[in-house]
Write a protein that binds this ligand. Structure first.
Ligand code: KG4
Ligand code: ZN
Length: 346
């Protein structure tokens, strides 16, 4: 087994949903190579991810992606393997986990199952100017919307969560109901740029109530009702779509900003980390940046390609845990559900 003080070169594998992603991270030299194969086209005709198709495509694509990434990294000697063990689609997780575990066994190196959201949370650490602990993290993806107090790796306290849909899910559903395709977030965000912000006023859910929990299913319903009303008036055109996208995006951005401000005040902190697919959103970034500027604090984001699912964040998070001497047995199970608060501090 690896001496915990030795530098590590970690192969990271992500397969929790609809992206097959691989990276090689060197604990001394940083990221050596990373690649991603997106299954978006495969799922697009169904308007969302089909789990069985996702698992099969991971099996098909991961091995060539691993070979390509190892080559681009200069064929280094891998000393640890990290893979996403959850939360996510169970078949997709098993596909990546089985390949990762087999490689670790063949290479006789330790393997570690990484929590997908810990990967997202630590993704900004891959940048040149990484955030310092403690901080507030806003994790906004297709499956999660969480506000977390972070005091170190594995030291996570959930302060707020969505009571229903995740923010990304609400973007995806808003796009789908107007026939805009999948995944909805980037499409809604692009169309919103042509939208008139004054035409519709959407609610800011749960901001009048104390606490840090959130809710996005009402906003999605508001989009649907607004769209149906426009349709009934023969107004179901591209401008209406853009105006709904704009009003919806502004409502999500405002809601997230109000909750982050409240979390920072409550915890007496002034560093904010924002990660997960929805953190690629320009409007949300602009509002959070304005908040942090006003507070004389700082907001940290991953580079755009590492906001959505990627292998680099899994390789990085796994490397930190392997460096601390952690690893999992061969029979470590994939978990469809897994709370961040269950993770061990390192
Ligand atoms: O983190 P991620 O790649 O996968 C999950 O772990 O869920 O996040 C995907 C989500 C999708 O719901 C997608 O629509 C959303 O992130 N997303 C965006 C943007 N880019 C991706 N939402 C809003 N604006 C964007 N620019
Ligand atoms: Zn994700």
């Amino acid at each position: 087994m690896t001496d915990s003080h030795q530098p590590l070169i970690v192969l990271g594998i992500e397969s929790s949903c609809d992206e097959s992603a691989v990276a090689v991270y060197d604990s001394q030299r940083g990221l050596l190579a990373h690649n991603l194969y997106s299954q978006i086209e495969l799922h697009a005709e169904y308007g969302g991810v089909v789990p069985e198709l996702a698992s099969r495509d991971h099996i098909r694509k991961l091995t060539p992606l691993i070979l390509q990434t190892l080559e681009e990294a200069g064929q280094p000697q891998i000393t640890g393997v990290a893979y996403t063990a959850g939360p996510g689609l169970i078949g997709a997780l098993l596909a990546g986990g089985a390949i990762a575990r087999s490689l670790a066994y063949a290479w006789q190196v330790p393997a570690i199952g990484v929590h997908h959201m810990e990967g997202h949370l630590l993704a900004p650490m891959l940048e040149d100017n990484p955030p310092m602990f403690p901080f507030i993290a806003l994790l906004v993806s297709g499956g999660h919307t969480m506000i977390i107090r972070v005091d170190g790796i594995g030291r996570y306290r959930l302060l707020g969560d969505t009571l229903d849909d995740a923010a990304g899910e609400a973007f995806d559903k808003t796009a789908k109901m107007m026939g805009l395709g999948y995944p909805g977030g980037p499409i809604v965000s692009k169309l919103a740029q042509q939208g008139d912000a004054t035409r519709y006023k959407f609610p800011r859910p749960m901001v009048d109530r104390p606490g840090l929990d959130m809710s996005f299913s009402g906003l999605k319903t508001f989009s649907l009702n607004t769209w149906h009303k426009a349709k009934a008036q023969g107004d179901d055109n591209d401008q209406t779509r853009a105006d709904i996208c704009r009003a919806f995006e502004l409502a999500v951005a405002d809601t997230l900003t109000i909750k982050c401000k409240r979390a920072l005040e409550q915890e007496g902190l002034n560093t904010l980390v924002v990660s997960g697919g929805v953190s690629a959103n320009r409007e949300i970034r602009a509002k959070l940046d304005a908040l942090m500027l006003k507070r004389k604090g700082e907001a940290f984001y991953p580079r755009l390609e590492f906001c959505t699912d990627n292998g680099a964040m899994i390789a990085y998070a796994g490397a930190q845990r392997l460096l601390a001497g952690e690893h999992n047995d061969l029979n470590f199970a994939a978990k469809a559900r897994w709370s961040l608060e269950e993770l061990k501090p390192i």
